[in-house]
Design a protein. Sequence first.
Length: 141
Amino acid sequence: MTANEFSFSVRVYYEDTDAGGVVYHSNYLRFMERARTEWLRALGCEQDVLMREQGLVFAVRQVNIDYLKPARLNELLDVNVELLQQKRASARFRQSIHNSAGDLLCEASVVIVCVNATELKPCAIPAGLFSTSTHPETTSC
């Protein structure tokens, strides 16, 4: 995998499912959010530090998700992240969730935007943030 790709495992708990033991649709988005957070952490970026020290947070601007097969109680899932495009203040990701048999359960296109934490206005993504070769530089919004 490259710095633009990441995989995160998550177990389906009872709280993630409906009465039939099937993952509730919005929880797939939670799994994807966790995977993006862990991807950033693997790159050396902690979002609480980014907010505290640089006043920046990420907000989801757009999600297009396709549910293909259900995930079920107690399954171990692989949640994948792939950075497709980075612009000045936004990034587009392809995300997918597979079960342990390798079946594709859902896939999504997710666009996030970097915003000033107080004004919630778009800001530049710090240079090198989405790269393992450099540490985030201070940026002004």
